[in-house]
Ligand binder design. Structure first.
Ligand code: PMV
Length: 347
């Protein structure tokens, strides 16, 4: 049916990887399995307005915070080209895409996971409207994750929560390279409502895009070992999620963050995304842990910002520590308090 005009809105969060995805092949397929906490407060809201058209090709306009944003067009065009064979109706509609992020645009927080997953959710919800038969919620979410992956690999892990695996892993039933799946095994209560405070160390544009970073893993001297190590770390996390051993969790999560950055430092060309304040913060977290026996730890994305992870029952003590000792290393003292959440929703 090529007759429906309408509007749909979705809200989708960012996510933070515990085992990192860095290196891909084929059509946005990961070289290793990864697992992430889905976040809540860092999210994108996207509204898709659609009306039928007869002209050939894609037709869309993008607005960010109410202002026309032409710089997003190439990325969305590439995305549409990748997904059109799975959602062919997108060629028959003209779209107005209105998007807003809950976090500041120049905060250095990547909006690709939340942005691409929100758009993918909108498109799958639109398909649901156009089709005469009902499609199950499970199928819709799987398809949304599949499409989101084609926009940005890590976006495949933002559709659901609280813990999502993307990439086929021999010890995790149902895991796939094609879409993210909810972590299917037992999760100890220590991980319930896990907190993530994101310290905004550097808000500038990334010097190296993640596309370039993934590409540099192709001729990387340590790539094969890295992909093995990631899969092994995910295996280790299975028993940690089961028994709640936070001290073991910390060892894996911090090592994964440093391995991600070690891959950047050892590629050709090499690059460093951490800033002096990133290291200051890491050292202070380590001293605090030694002093207090707190289970606070850090992880990093492809940038200088630090994600400070801690269990819910440490909220008070860790928040105080962050405010007093860590925020002086943030740009303008800025940080975002977040908590693990459940993924995208239609609004
Ligand atoms: O989703 P991409 O292609 O922007 O890759 C990002 C990968 C990291 O954020 C650095 C790690 C991860 O697993 O999220």
């Amino acid at each position: 049916k090529n007759t429906v005009t309408g509007t749909l809105s979705c809200q989708s969060p960012s996510n933070i990887a515990l085992v990192k995805y860095w290196g891909k092949h084929g059509e946005q397929l990961p070289q290793n399995a990864s697992v992430s906490f889905t976040l809540t407060n860092c999210h994108t809201k996207t509204t898709l307005e659609f009306s039928p058209k007869t002209s050939k090709g894609f037709d869309f306009t993008v607005y960010l915070d109410g202002k026309k944003e032409q710089s997003f067009e190439p990325k969305i065009k590439t995305f549409f080209n990748r997904i059109v064979s799975y959602v062919p109706f997108i060629e028959a509609y003209r779209f107005i895409i209105r998007t807003t992020n809950s976090f500041p645009h120049s905060s250095g927080i990547a909006s690709s996971a939340s942005g691409m997953s929100a758009l993918a959710m909108c498109i799958v919800s639109m398909e649901d409207l156009l089709l005469s038969e009902d499609i199950s919620d499970t199928y819709k979410k799987q398809k949304a994750s599949f499409l989101a992956r084609l926009g940005s690999g890590s976006a495949s892990r933002s559709i659901e929560g609280p813990l999502v695996v993307w990439g086929a892993h021999s010890n995790i039933d149902g895991s796939s390279d094609l879409f993210g799946t909810i972590y299917p095994k037992h999760i100890h209560k220590n991980f319930t409502n896990y907190k993530d405070t994101i310290l905004l160390v550097d808000k500038g544009e990334k010097q190296v895009s993640s596309t370039v970073g993934h590409d540099l893993m192709h001729n990387h001297p340590y790539s094969a070992e890295r992909f093995k190590e990631a899969n092994n770390n995910l295996t280790k996390l299975i028993s940690i999620f089961e028994n709640g051993a936070l001290s073991e969790f910390i060892k894996i999560v911090e090592s994964e963050a440093l391995q991600l950055h070690a891959m950047m430092m050892t590629s050709q060309p090499y690059f460093i995304l951490m800033k002096p304040n990133t290291l200051e913060i890491i050292n202070r977290i380590w001293s605090f842990r030694k002093k207090t026996k707190s289970m606070v730890c850090f992880t990093l994305d492809a940038g200088a910002n630090v994600h400070v992870l801690y269990p819910e029952n440490e909220t008070e003590i860790v928040s105080e520590f962050i405010k007093k000792e860590l925020t002086p290393f943030c740009k303008n003292g800025d940080y975002i308090e977040d908590v693990v959440g459940l993924g995208s929703k239609l609004i």
